[in-house]
Write a protein that binds this ligand. Sequence first.
Ligand SMILES: [Ca+2]
Length: 84
Amino acid sequence: MQPPCYGPVVYEASTGCDSSIDQDWQLAYLGDARNDYYKSFKGYGSCLVKHWENRNFGGTQTPLQIQDNDMGIMNAKASSIAWY
Ligand SMILES: [Ca+2]
């Protein structure tokens, strides 16, 4: 059972992403309230976003995306995330 989660969440870093395709930020676990929860996302700060099915960047992963209004096989499954 997950705690309730209301509306969108924004993960904020001290700077946006740079112009090279390397990893700028990462989060090994989305947290109990966001784990296996959301079905869409949008990247900000010039960041491309990758999601993983499991914590610590394990399992199925998505390609780099700016946003996705329907995460398909990753709907309500993402557990870790990185920004490029
Ligand atoms: Ca998961």
